[in-house]
Design a protein. Structure first.
Length: 233
C-alpha cells in the first residue's frame, strides 16, 4: 500500500471523537493516541507547515491543529496498530482538497467507529479498499474527483447506514453493484464521469430514501427514475 503524502496547501483536518475508558488505561491511551497521530504525520509531506503543532514535545494532542477532543473524555482514542487503522475511535476523517497522493489506506477498515470519510478532490490512485464495506457505522463516503481505478466494491452494499456516497470523476469501471440499491438509508449517490458500464439496477428506482441518483457521463443504460432525481448528463 502506497504511503500518503501531501503538499497540504489547506489545513488537514482529522476530527476525532473520544470515548469513555477506565482510569487505569487512561495514561497508556494518551501515549498511544499521540504516537498514532505522530506516525500519521510522518507518512505525509507537510511542506506548508500546517501540522507544525503536531510534535513530540507537546503531550496535549487535543490542542494540535485539526484535532478535536470531546469535553468529557479529552485524551483517549483507543489502542492502535497502524498510523490510521489503529485509530479505532476515529469518527470523522475530513481530508478533502489537500492534494493528497497515494492510495486510500486499506487499514481504515479497522476504524470501526468511523461515521464520515471524505477524501474528495485529491490525487489519490489505486482502488477503493473492499474492507471499507465492513464499516458498519459509516454514513458518508466521499472519494470523488481523484484518480481511483477498478470496480466499485460490492462490499459497499454492506454499509447498512450509509446516507451519502460520492464516487464521481474517477476512473472506475465495470458494472454498478446491485447491493448498493439495498442500502435503505441512502439518499444521495453521485458516480458520474467514470467508465462504468451495464445498466442501473432497477431496484434503485424503488428506494424510498433516495433523492439524488447520478451516473451521467458513463456507459450505463438509463431508465426513467421515479421517487428520486437523476443527475443531468
Amino acid at each position: 500500500m502506497a504511503t500518503l503524502r501531501s503538499t497540504l496547501t489547506l489545513l488537514l483536518l482529522a476530527l476525532l471523537t473520544f470515548w469513555p475508558v477506565s482510569p487505569s488505561s487512561s495514561l497508556a491511551g494518551e501515549h498511544s493516541d499521540r504516537e498514532a497521530l505522530l506516525a500519521f504525520k510522518e507518512a505525509l509531506s507537510d511542506d506548508s507547515g500546517a501540522l507544525s503543532s503536531w510534535n513530540g514535545s507537546s503531550s496535549d494532542f487535543c490542542r494540535w491543529a485539526g484535532v478535536t477532543c470531546s469535553r468529557r473524555h479529552p485524551s483517549r482514542v483507543g489502542r492502535f496498530r497502524a498510523p490510521l487503522g489503529r485509530l479505532r475511535r476515529l469518527r470523522f476523517l475530513q481530508l478533502a482538497y489537500n492534494s493528497l497522493a497515494g492510495e486510500i489506506p486499506a487499514d481504515l477498515s479497522n476504524c470501526s467507529n468511523l461515521v464520515s470519510l471524505s477524501v474528495e478532490v485529491n490525487e489519490l490512485h489505486g482502488g477503493i479498499p473492499s474492507g471499507l464495506g465492513s464499516l458498519s457505522q459509516l454514513q458518508v463516503l466521499y472519494v470523488g474527483e481523484n484518480n481511483i481505478v477498478g470496480r466499485i466494491p460490492p462490499s459497499l452494499g454492506n454499509l447498512s447506514v450509509l446516507e451519502s456516497m460520492a464516487l464521481y470523476q474517477n476512473k472506475l469501471e465495470g458494472t454498478i453493484p446491485e447491493g448498493l440499491s439495498r442500502l435503505r438509508y441512502l439518499r444521495y449517490i453521485q458516480a458520474g464521469r467514470n467508465s462504468l458500464s451495464g445498466t442501473i439496477p432497477p431496484l434503485f428506482f424503488n428506494m424510498s430514501s433516495l433523492q439524488y441518483l447520478g451516473f451521467s457521463s458513463n456507459r450505463v443504460a438509463r431508465q426513467a427514475a421515479t421517487g428520486c432525481r437523476e443527475a443531468p448528463a
